[in-house]
Design a protein around this ligand. Structure first.
Ligand code: ME8
Length: 665
C-alpha cells in the first residue's frame, strides 16, 4: 500500500425523503475525486452516509405511521433507497455511516460529555417563540409573518433549558482559519461566511446544542431529557466512521485529518465554523479543506417536493445510463457555482459530447482498424509531423487536466479531455484514412494513423475514467489496452509507431437520442410528478384540516371554548316587569322583562325559591339569543342566569343602574 493517503467525504444526507439529483451531484463529484486520487496511487478512504436523527425525521415517521427507525431503514436500505442508488450510480465509497449505528451513538455521548467536562458545553436557557399546538420552538427569524411556520397560529415567548457550546471562545481562531488560510474553498465562500455568519470583529454567539422538545436523537446520557443537537451528532460522523471514541473501526491515525469535506453551499456554515470549533474544543486536528459546491436548480427554479420538480437520479440513470448522467453533471456545471439543470441541456450534452464526439471517434477508429487491418495494428508505420501535433496536444491536456482536478474543477478537466477527443476527430479529417486505404503504398502511413488514433483515445479514456468508469473500461477493452496501459502512470502519449494494438469493434457507446421525442416523454414524467405533488398537497391540506378539527373537538370536549365561541352567547341586562306562576306547574314562573328595545316573556323554573315580589323591578341577566322554547304551553324567549346551589337556585341580580338591554361580557 502506498503511504500517500487521501480521506474524502460527502455530507451525510437526511433520509427524510428519497434522495434527488442534487444529492447525486455532490456524491458523483466526490466519487470522481476519490477515483482520481486512487488512480494517482493514493490510499483513499471515501466516506458517505445518512444523517438520521432530528425533528424532521420524527415528524415524517409520524406522518407515515411508523417508528423513526423503521422510517429511515426504509429510505436507506429499502428498495431504490440510498444504498441502492449509490450502487446503481457506481459510487465507490469505502464506508457508509448511519448516525443511528450503535457505535456512533455511543461515541456522540462520550464526545458531548468530554466537551461538557471541559466547560465548553454549559447549561443555559434557550429563549424563543413557542407554538403550543405544534409543541415547537422557533427562533424569531423562522416565523412567517410573526406566526408559527408550520400551522400559522400565534406563538408565545417561551424559554427552555438547553445546553450551549461556547463557540464564542473560538471565534478568533475560526476567523483566522477562514480569512488567512485555504481551508475553505472556493474563496468566494469565505466572504459569504464572514459577511453573514461570523463577524470577525464582533465574534460568534454560543450555539444551542441540545433539545428537549422531541426525542428522536442521541440522548445526553447524564441528562436524558435532552437530545444532542443534530448537527453536533452529524458532524462527528467524519471521525466516528474512522473509529473515534469507538472500537468498531481503527483508521483514525491513518486517515484523520480529512483531506477534504465536500458539501453544498448551504451547509458550509456548519462545516467551516462550528465543525472546526468543536474540534478545537477537543484539541483535535482540523480537516485540511472544506469545499462548498453550488446548487442545481431545475428550469431556473429551486427543486422542491411541493412543486413536483424534484429530479430523480434513478429515473435518469435508467434512461440514459449512469455514465452519461455522471458526465452531464460534472461536465456541464462549474462545481463551485450554481447550475441550471434542464432536460434539453442533458440530451444535448449526451448527443453532442458523448454520441457525436466521443462515441463517433471510438466507433470510426475501431471500424477503420477492423476494415483496413482486421483489427491487427502491428508494429511499424510511417511517422509524419502531424502525429507530433496530436502528441503535443495530449501532453498539454494531461497537465491542465491534473491542475483542474486538484482544484475540483471537474467541468474544466473534462473540457480538457474533450479537447483531445476533438483534436483526434480532426486528425481523422486531416489524414483521411479512406483515401490512404485506396493505395497499397500508403499502408505504413495508414497503420500509423490508426495507432495514433488509438493512442489518443487511450489517453482520453484514462482522463475520463474517474467520471465515466464503465465507459473507460469498455473503450480499453475495445482497443485491447493491457492493464498497465489503463493506469494514470501510463497516461503520457506514446508515439504510436512501435506499439501494437489488437482492436475489436463494439456497439456504439452512446446511442443518439431523438431530442423532440425524448423531451415530450420527460415532460410527461414531469407533469405526472406535478399532478402527484398537487394530489399530495391536497391530501396534506385535508389531513391538516382534519387534524385541526380534531384538535378543536378535543378542545371542545375538554370544556375549553374560544373567545369567539363565548361571544356567540348574547347576555343582556333585563328589568323584570311582571311575574306570575304558570298554571298546572309548581316549578315555573312566567316573567315579562324589558330588554331595552323590546319586551319579552321568559319562563323559568325558580318558583320554589322566588315569589313574584322577589323579582319585580329587579335587574337580571338574560341569554337573549337562545332558541325560543315552549314550556307547559308557554313560550319562553330567553333564559335568566342563576347559580345552582345545592338543591336551590340563586338568581344573579345586577345593580339597578345597569340599563335594560346592556350587553354583558
Ligand atoms: O444538509 N443542488 O443533508 P441534506 C446541489 N444532513 N446539491 C444539493 C441540492 C441541490 N439542489 N440539494 C441537496 C444535510 N444537495 C445534512 C448534512 S453533514 C455532517 C450533514 C446536496 O440531505 C448538497 O451537497 O439536506 C447539500 O449540501 C446536501 O445535498 C444536503 O443534503
Amino acid at each position: 500500500m502506498s503511504d500517500k493517503k487521501f480521506y474524502i467525504t460527502t455530507p451525510i444526507y437526511y433520509p427524510s425523503e428519497k434522495l434527488h439529483i442534487g444529492h447525486a451531484y455532490c456524491t458523483v463529484a466526490t466519487d470522481a475525486m476519490a477515483r482520481y486520487k486512487r488512480m494517482q496511487g493514493y490510499d483513499v478512504m471515501f466516506l458517505t452516509g445518512t444523517d438520521e436523527h432530528g425533528q424532521k425525521i420524527e415528524d415524517k415517521a409520524k406522518e407515515a405511521g411508523v417508528t423513526p427507525q423503521a422510517y429511515v431503514d426504509g429510505i436507506v436500505d429499502g428498495p431504490k433507497g440510498v444504498r441502492d442508488l449509490w450502487k446503481l450510480m457506481n459510487i465507490s465509497n469505502d464506508r457508509f455511516i448511519r448516525t443511528t449505528d450503535d457505535y456512533h451513538v455511543a461515541a456522540i455521548q462520550k464526545i458531548f460529555k468530554a466537551m461538557y467536562d471541559k466547560g465548553d458545553i454549559y447549561k443555559g436557557t434557550y429563549k424563543g417563540k413557542y407554538c403550543k399546538p405544534c409543541e415547537s420552538f422557533w427562533t424569531e427569524s423562522q416565523l412567517v409573518d410573526g406566526k408559527c411556520p408550520d400551522c400559522g397560529r400565534e406563538v408565545v415567548d417561551a424559554e427552555e433549558e438547553a445546553y450551549f457550546f461556547r463557540a464564542s471562545k473560538y471565534a478568533d481562531r475560526i476567523c483566522d482559519l477562514l480569512t488567512n488560510t485555504d481551508f475553505l474553498q472556493p474563496r468566494s465562500r469565505v466572504n459569504e461566511m464572514v459577511n453573514n455568519f461570523i463577524n470577525c470583529e464582533g465574534g460568534l454567539q454560543d450555539l444551542c446544542v441540545s433539545r428537549t422538545t422531541f426525542s428522536w436523537g442521541v440522548p445526553v446520557d447524564f441528562d436524558p431529557k435532552h437530545v444532542v443537537y443534530v448537527w453536533l451528532d452529524a458532524l462527528f460522523n467524519y471521525m466516528t466512521a474512522l473509529g473515534y471514541q469507538n472500537d468498531k473501526y481503527n483508521d483514525l491515525d491513518k486517515f484523520w485529518p480529512a483531506d477534504i469535506h465536500v458539501v453544498g453551499k448551504e451547509i458550509v456554515r456548519f462545516h467551516a465554523i462550528y465543525w472546526p470549533a468543536f474540534l478545537m474544543s477537543l484539541d483535535l486536528p482540523l480537516p485540511k479543506k472544506v469545499y462548498g459546491h453550488g446548487w442545481l436548480n431545475f428550469n431556473g427554479e429551486k427543486m422542491s417536493k411541493s412543486k413536483g420538480n424534484v429530479i430523480d437520479p434513478y429515473m435518469l440513470s435508467e434512461r440514459y445510463g449512469v455514465d452519461a448522467l455522471r458526465f452531464f453533471l460534472l461536465r456541464t456545471f462549474p462545481f463551485g457555482s450554481d447550475g441550471n439543470f434542464t432536460n434539453e441541456l442533458l440530451i444535448q450534452t449526451i448527443n453532442t459530447d458523448l454520441a457525436n464526439d466521443l462515441g463517433n471517434l471510438v466507433s470510426r477508429s475501431t471500424a477503420m482498424s477492423d476494415r483496413y487491418f482486421g483489427g491487427d495494428l502491428t508494429t511499424g508505420g510511417k511517422h509524419e509531423p502531424l502525429d507530433d501535433e496530436l502528441k503535443a496536444l495530449a501532453d498539454e491536456v494531461v497537465g491542465k487536466y491534473e491542475t483542474a482536478m486538484e482544484q475540483m474543477q471537474f467541468s474544466v478537466a473534462l473540457g480538457e479531455a474533450f479537447r483531445l477527443i476533438s483534436r483526434a476527430n480532426k486528425y481523422i479529417d486531416e489524414t483521411t484514412p479512406w483515401t490512404l486505404a485506396k493505395d497499397e503504398a500508403n499502408k505504413p502511413r495508414l497503420l500509423s494513423v490508426m495507432k495514433n488514433l488509438c493512442e489518443a483515445i487511450r489517453v482520453a479514456a484514462i482522463l475520463i475514467s474517474p467520471v465515466m468508469p464503465s465507459t473507460a473500461q469498455s473503450i480499453f477493452d475495445t482497443l485491447g489496452v493491457p492493464e498497465a496501459g489503463r493506469t494514470f502512470e501510463a497516461v503520457s502519449y506514446e508515439s504510436g509507431d512501435d506499439c501494437f494494438w489488437k482492436t475489436t469493434t463494439a456497439a456504439p457507446l452512446f446511442p443518439r437520442i431523438d431530442m423532440e421525442k425524448e423531451i415530450d416523454e420527460l415532460n410527461k414524467i414531469l407533469d405526472d410528478a406535478k399532478k402527484e405533488a398537487e394530489k399530495a398537497q391536497k391530501k396534506a391540506e385535508k389531513a391538516a384540516e382534519k387534524a385541526e378539527k380534531k384538535a378543536d373537538k378535543a378542545e371542545e370536549e375538554s370544556g375549553i371554548i374560544s373567545i369567539d365561541d363565548f361571544m356567540k352567547v348574547e347576555l343582556r341586562a333585563a328589568k323584570v316587569l311582571e311575574a306570575v306562576p304558570v298554571e298546572k306547574s309548581d316549578k315555573l314562573l312566567k316573567i315579562q322583562v324589558d330588554m331595552g328595545t323590546e319586551h319579552r316573556q321568559i319562563v323559568s323554573g325558580i318558583r320554589a325559591w322566588y315569589s313574584p315580589e322577589d323579582l319585580i323591578g329587579k335587574t337580571i341577566v338574560v341569554v337573549a339569543n337562545l332558541k325560543p322554547a315552549k314550556l307547559r304551553g308557554e313560550m319562553s324567549n330567553g333564559m335568566l342566569l342563576a347559580a345552582d346551589i345545592g338543591d336551590a337556585a340563586s338568581v344573579i341580580f345586577l345593580p339597578d343602574e345597569v340599563p335594560a338591554g346592556q350587553r354583558i361580557h
